[in-house]
Write a protein that binds this ligand. Structure first.
Ligand code: SF4
Length: 141
């Protein structure tokens, strides 16, 4: 079972209610058992929702409670981001997930790169951080 960011397969779960469908990824996964998910929705956030960024570090720091996730309205959304990552781990454990394709740049799904103040900076999103800490092999798309 392969975990895939829902927005990459066309689910309209992004902060602005859009998708980021990746036809190449879908073609390469044809015939595979995929499990679409959206950690921000699973954390209880609505769609659409204000765009959010990690402040003071990356997802690993958020999980260690040394950084926060803040929406563009100034609301602290750290708790739903951590909750969504932990709910995602339930899927990983239940379905025995070992691989994931996650949306690059996201404060949840980004691996290696997240966006801060409109710029790409090094770091992992909150969910990507937790999945990678638990041995899931992630490809950022
Ligand atoms: S949290 Fe992940 S799956 Fe959900 S919209 Fe953002 S990048 Fe896509």
């Amino acid at each position: 079972m392969i975990l895939v960011s829902g927005c990459l397969i066309g689910l309209e779960c992004r902060y602005d209610g859009s998708a980021k469908k990746n036809d190449g990824l879908l073609a390469s996964l044809k015939g595979s058992d995929i499990l679409p998910f959206c950690p921000e929705q699973m954390g209880g956030l609505p769609t659409p929702r204000p765009r959010a960024e990690i402040v003071g570090g990356d997802g690993h720091n958020v999980l260690a409670h040394s950084a926060r996730v803040v929406s563009q309205c100034g609301t602290d959304v750290t708790k739903p981001f951590i909750h969504g990552a932990m709910e995602s781990m339930k899927l990983v454990r239940f379905f025995g997930v070992t691989r994931a394709y996650l949306k690059d740049g996201s404060p949840s799904c980004g691996l290696g790169t997240i966006v801060r103040e409109g710029c790409q900076v090094r770091g992992d999103g909150v969910c990507a951080a937790l999945l990678s800490q638990n041995g899931v092999r992630i490809t950022a798309i």
